[in-house]
Design a protein around this ligand. Structure first.
Ligand code: URA
Ligand code: SF4
Length: 211
């Protein structure tokens, strides 16, 4: 069982101090095979904080969240939804890339993080949410949503809704799917899957605009 990130948190809780400390995190086993910690990035006092699952291959190499194919799709969806990219903080539930090697090859294939790894990494996410103090959070997919609402939470039942979390208490959270799920949708249905993601994200834009 992972000991968790708690003991690696710095005293200063601004995002730069957090990012620096997260570089040295050994709170679970995922740091061993990954290249580096991929901490959140964006506007440090963003009104909207977006949570994905974990860095992918490109993110692990570059050290930044959402810079690969899923990130490209997310960018397009945010623009289509009218969300100002300059007012977003992007992060992940888990800060290290979990992967396995394709048979015989060098290719690194994404592996879903275990609940124990998500829980181990949770202190970083909570500290990040506290530091950025957004008006609204968007959870992209089950890993992020279950991190905030528990393991039996189902994205398909609540997507497009804004829920209120118990921890962090009172946090407003919009639920939607992960952009990778749109990329995996078969050709004929992909446009509809993209439009559905945009429609969910538009509710975030509306919620922010209404304030
Ligand atoms: N998928 C995620 O969940 N996060 C990233 O940063 C990239 C891909
Ligand atoms: Fe620490 Fe999270 Fe990386 Fe595990 S995944 S080592 S808890 S930063």
């Amino acid at each position: 069982m992972a000991e968790g990130a708690e003991s690696f948190l710095p005293e200063a809780r601004d995002v730069e101090s957090l990012r620096e400390a997260a570089d040295g995190c050994r709170g679970c086993g995922l740091y061993r095979d990954a290249t580096q910690t991929v901490f959140g990035a964006g506007k440090r006092d963003a009104r909207l904080l977006v949570i994905g699952e974990q860095p992918g291959d490109s993110e692990d190499t570059r050290g930044e969240p959402f810079v690969g194919p899923a990130g490209g799709l997310l960018d397009r969806a945010l623009i289509a939804a009218g969300v100002d990219r300059d007012d977003v903080w992007l992060t992940n539930a888990v800060k290290h890339f979990k992967f396995r090697r394709a048979a015989g090859g060098k290719r690194r294939l994404h592996q879903k993080p275990e609940r124990s790894e998500v829980l181990a990494c949770r202190p970083w996410l909570l500290a990040e949410i506290a530091a950025v103090d957004p008006e609204l959070v968007v959870c992209l997919g089950a890993t992020a949503a279950q991190d905030l609402f528990g393991p039996s939470f189902r994205v398909t039942r609540s997507r497009g809704e804004i829920l209120v979390a118990e921890e962090p208490e009172g946090l407003r959270v919009l639920i939607t799917v992960h952009p990778s799920s749109v990329l995996r949708t078969p050709g004929d249905y992909r446009d509809a899957a993209f439009d559905a993601l945009v429609s969910d994200l538009s509710k975030a834009a509306e919620a922010l605009g209404a304030r």
